[in-house]
Write a protein that binds this ligand. Sequence first.
Ligand code: COA
Length: 151
Amino acid sequence: MAKIDIELKAMTSELIPGLVKVENESFSKPWTKEGFEAELENDTANFTAAVYNGQAVGYIGFHAVLDEGYVANIAVLPEYRRLGIADDLLKAALERSAEMRLSFLSLEVRKSNSAAIALYKKYGFETVGERKRFYSAPVEDAYIMTRYFTY
Ligand code: COA
């Protein structure tokens, strides 16, 4: 449980401005309002926001196609990090994945992103490969990390 009283909510258009702020403060190539709006129309998308005092302070988004899940992103506003919010978001995505009987949930992460790598390892993701020069601004390789589900 996060150390502050957050609520997890499925993404709605009202939450999108807050999610854009989370992106802008977290990434060198942030998702835009239009990017989030497209996900509202996407049947494969599962996007969940962490809301504190009516403000979106973090989110996770993944796509499920057949029995495969792919995390698009997870991020928390800098001033709300290390409070357990990503813990809650990732746990919720894992629970949803299990409800959907996915075989795995997979993602890419910058090799230098030790905070995110520690988060994923904590929840059973394994490094299964890498993608050379996957990221730009700055150019960097990615690890592919996957959490497998058994039922
Ligand atoms: N250093 C090491 N481990 C860290 C960490 C840090 N700075 N921040 C988080 N973790 C890991 C730990 O395993 C932690 O568990 P613990 O508290 O039991 O040690 C676990 O993540 C959960 O921490 P939590 O407080 O829930 O994480 P958070 O809410 O601060 O969010 C990120 C973690 C990665 C989402 C956040 O740092 C972020 O938004 N980073 C920028 C965006 C990003 O890089 N996203 C990932 C893209 S692949």
